[in-house]
Design a protein around this ligand. Sequence first.
Ligand SMILES: [Zn+2]
Length: 404
Amino acid sequence: MNRLRHLALLALLGSTFPAFAQMAPPDPPITIDTHVDIPFTYMREARFDAGKDTPLLVDLGKMERGGLNAAFFVIWVPQHKLDAAGYAKAVNQAEEKYEAIGRMLMMYPDRIRLATSPEQAMANRKAGLLSAMIGIENAYSLGHDLNRLDAAYDRGARYVGLVHVGNNDLCTSSLPDKDNGEPAMNSKGDHGMTDFGRQVVARANALGIMVDISHASDACVHDALAVSKAPLIASHSGARAVLDHPRNLPDDLLRAIAAKGGVIQAVAYKEFLKSDPGREAAEKKLQAEVAHAAGDKEYDSDKHDYLPAMAAGMAKIQEKFPLPTVDDYVKQIRHIAEVAGIDHVGIASDFDGGGGITGWKDASETRNVTAALRRAGFSDADIAKIWGGNLLRVWREVERDAHH
Ligand SMILES: [Zn+2]
């Protein structure tokens, strides 16, 4: 259709159906969020049934409505002691999450499919289906056994996050457990990667699993860059030059990850976008109150985050200490694009793990991110790279370098 006829048709549609008067710009070829958490009772408790309307920030309906095509669902376990009991517990906790994702895929095959390769993610997109990918957050859940990484690959895991909060048997953390005597990041005692950590990176390279350095200490990232034969990803990290937080990456590491062909998936997590001690204190207080009212000694995000009392309290906190906005988030993306290059930046929400900001409060608002990128001057080609093109390129390279 020529342009004039096209415009005439749009004008006609606009007068007949007002919604067409402001035609939405096209969606990117694929939108991939590389970090979505799930509760331990995901798909087991009725309120966490992803096929229904849920209090979760990501469920299938929210993804479909918001135009979020694909997400890495995360096998996260908290850090405990590096002993037999600790490892056994972590292995079991990871198992619960694999089973939960499997249950979602089994129950809703007409809406979401597992993608274990970039081609499958694109094929699902073309078929109008959502994609679920699997990532590991905190390789403590391997239970200090390299064979479990092979098993994770067989179950569909395609990235392995080395460490979480607190040092583990692979790496020092960007947030070490100082209460239990772990030395601060970049202090003398920060040893970086262990021999087991090096073995995990080498085995991940061989299998074709992406190595994820989010949460790792600077020293561990340097070690991963030296050890890994394939490009690295940061599945959910920001830029320290924009906001000085240990979880954000300094410019030299952004450049080094890019120089090795990798990608930094900027994260929409409030505390890495804006420093707000008042809000942090108010949230801690609310968490303690909600836990107490529920008859629990300690706050447990899975148990308490989705209670009505928490939602009401958070709304009050929001009035006094507003969350960062989607435009603050795009500032991080812009900085990473300027320092690392447009081919080395992507998107991660950290939804249901603390993510969620004004303008991207849940997956149903995903198109707001695309709109904010456009407002900031990114072209459609840039946006396609940021929303998934870059991540898929890295994934393909990691696959190509693998030798099972
Ligand atoms: Zn995380």
